[in-house]
Unconditional design. Structure first.
Length: 271
């Protein structure tokens, strides 16, 4: 796993680059179910701790993820603040209020804020960045075409694409090409799809067979694939237990031979 992330720099000092891998917090806010066993909060904190111990220094959350922000804050407040990046999402009609409420729940300043489906939020987030309340802002969507328009129309630091760019689906490549041209960092999530994990399609099984010839599993290749595009700075990995994030981090640490990506059969399957 990569070394701890660099301290975030303002946009004027260079391109904003989140760390290469991050923990997505969508599974960390589950409600408590069985008080007789380990609680959901304890499991979430243990998962965050395991991610940190594995070298992950980028943590993404949202007010929409149940109690994810509070649990993330509980785990990260014990860590040196300069070593990690926290991102969250705008929820509600007032972006500034949303950011401040998230910071209160986290007990931490928020570094990076994503807005969704609200063009009016970006000027507010730009002001918060200029005022030093946040360090960067961007847009999040599962629709690459919407993000492509936002990259064209606004001075974003970053986009978060939740799908449409993974080893079995490269439809978002035009967005990434625009991000590269505009100096906008791209974060992708959703790369470990059921098709990748369980080889549910013919294409997945064929890709897996090629990967195995190089000693690489399909999930391992899927985690490495997005960063083959120069615009992609980060891949978010969702996990709901320490064992899950440790297993994914172990895949990340295993090198993927460069010759795999040049294999003619793999290139045909990816085209």
């Amino acid at each position: 796993m990569a070394a701890p992330s660099q301290v975030l720099a303002p946009r004027s000092a260079g391109r904003f680059r989140p760390p290469r891998f991050g923990l997505g917090g969508s599974h960390l806010g589950a409600p408590e179910a069985d008080p007789g066993n380990e609680t959901a909060a304890e499991r979430a904190v243990a998962t965050i701790d395991a991610a940190y111990q594995a070298g992950i220094r980028f943590f993404d959350t949202s007010p929409a993820y149940g109690d994810s922000e509070r649990r993330l804050g509980t785990a990260l407040q014990r860590r040196p603040r300069g070593e990690f990046l926290v991102s969250t999402k705008v929820v509600g009609a007032d972006p500034e209020d949303s950011v401040r409420a998230s910071s209160e729940r986290l007990g931490l300043a928020v570094d990076l804020v994503f807005a969704q489906d609200d063009d009016a939020a970006y000027p507010v987030l730009d002001r918060l960045r200029r005022d030093g309340v946040i360090k960067a802002y961007g847009a999040v969507s599962d629709d690459w075409r919407r993000l492509d328009r936002l990259v064209r129309d606004f001075e974003l630091d970053c986009v978060l694409l939740t799908g449409q760019y993974e080893i079995l689906d490269q439809s978002a490549r035009p967005l990434l090409d625009r991000c590269l041209a505009r100096g906008v960092s791209a974060v992708v999530s959703g790369v470990l799809t059921p098709q990748v994990l369980h080889m549910e399609t013919v294409q997945a099984r064929r890709l897996s067979a090629v990967c195995e010839r190089y000693g690489v599993s399909l999930p391992q290749a899927a985690l490495a694939f997005p960063s083959r595009h120069s615009a992609v700075t980060s891949v978010l990995i969702a996990a709901s237990s320490p064992a899950e994030i440790r297993a994914d981090a172990a895949l990340v640490r295993q090198p993927v031979p460069e010759r795999l990506w040049k294999d003619p059969e793999l290139l045909r399957l990816l085209s």
